[in-house]
Design a protein around this ligand. Structure first.
Ligand SMILES: [Zn+2]
Length: 332
């Protein structure tokens, strides 16, 4: 069932604790019991780095039911990105990039060391946001799943950036299904463990932790009415926004932004040159750092209508500039 990552063969010879590919002779060692398919090439190709973080999600009721069902038919389960688990079963292979005590196989999600159609069930629990190519990982999962086999997957949507050790992509409900376009949907839900109250609490908690103590108090004393009564752009003048440290802003940003350049001769005729200091949106923002006080309370209820008229103005302006852009594009 194990597949050689070098040559694809599935015949192995034992050599002490290790296994040796019968075709190409590559050796897979054991590290503290786990078969180790990670080598320096895999480390650099998939940008794996050592981490002290421990990913720890115990099996829930759904997972336990699928484990029991697989056991009844003598089937096999792959826990693809198991993290640290206190439970282990003879018919559940726990795969990870970090060698926790429970781990059976060290390998990456993007290149699974198993033959096609090997497993009755695959778990991918809170893993795909951490792989640099979730579409490739999804293909690999489908490849190792037996025909008629089941995938149990969850993937964060509105979750703060967190790393074990990297965090690349969160998914909406459509995004999750898009990863597995050829699998039938049996059930799809927001699980208890994914309730939006966790989003609210987590975001508020990260926000609070990113403020200096005196501003953190202002923040924690705000009520939700106040939060909603001041419009997005007006909030940017208040200390609870200006004092939020940059790292916390990354963790819970509404969007992130970059200017990237295609490699090549930037000096080619007609090419433009631009550096971040020339772009106003990338310069240090200067704000008044207003404290929240009675004047903020006075805005209660007023922001809604104000916001609407400004949005209308913005739309009209945007429409005008879009039209001129299209004209220029058509004539170029
Ligand atoms: Zn081989």
């Amino acid at each position: 069932m194990a597949r050689c990552l070098r040559c694809g063969a599935q015949d192995w010879n034992r050599k002490g604790d290790a296994i040796v590919c019968a075709d190409c002779g590559s050796t897979v060692d054991r590290v503290e019991g786990a078969l180790n398919f990670l080598d320096s090439e895999t480390y650099s190709k998939f940008r794996i780095v050592e981490t002290e973080n421990v990913s720890d999600h115990p099996y829930d009721g759904n997972a336990k039911e699928l484990i029991a069902k697989a056991s009844e038919i003598g089937g096999l389960v792959l826990d693809c990105g198991s993290g640290y688990k206190t439970d282990s079963y003879d018919h559940v292979i726990q795969l990870e990039i970090a060698n926790y005590p429970n781990v059976d196989v060290l390998a990456v999600n993007q290149d699974l060391p198993f033959g096609d159609e090997s497993f009755d069930v695959v778990f991918s629990a809170n893993v795909l946001e951490h792989v640099n190519d979730p579409f490739l990982s999804a293909q690999e999962i489908v490849r190792v799943l037996k025909p008629g086999g089941y995938l149990y997957v969850d993937i964060p949507f509105l979750q703060a950036e967190h790393g074990y050790p990297h965090h690349y992509f969160n998914a909406t409900r459509e995004g999750l299904l898009r990863l597995f376009p050829h699998l039938h949907k049996i059930a799809h839900q927001v699980p208890a463990s994914g309730h939006p109250i966790f989003t609210l609490r987590h975001v508020v908690d990260v926000y609070r932790a990113g403020l200096p103590p005196e501003v953190s108090d202002q923040f924690l004393n705000m009520d939700m009415k106040q939060l909603l009564s001041i419009s997005d752009l007006d909030w940017l003048d208040y200390a609870v926004c200006t004092e939020l440290d940059p790292e916390s802003q990354w963790l819970i940003a509404s969007t992130t932004q970059a200017i990237l350049q295609k490699s090549g001769d930037a000096a080619s005729p007609g090419g433009i040159h631009v550096g971040p200091t020339e772009l106003p949106g990338f310069q240090q923002r200067v704000h008044s750092g207003k404290a929240l006080g009675p004047e903020a309370d006075a805005i209660h209820g007023a922001a809604g209508s104000f916001e609407l008229s400004r949005k209308e103005r913005e739309l009209i302006l945007r429409k005008r500039s879009m039209l001129s852009g299209i004209r220029r594009f058509l004539h170029s």
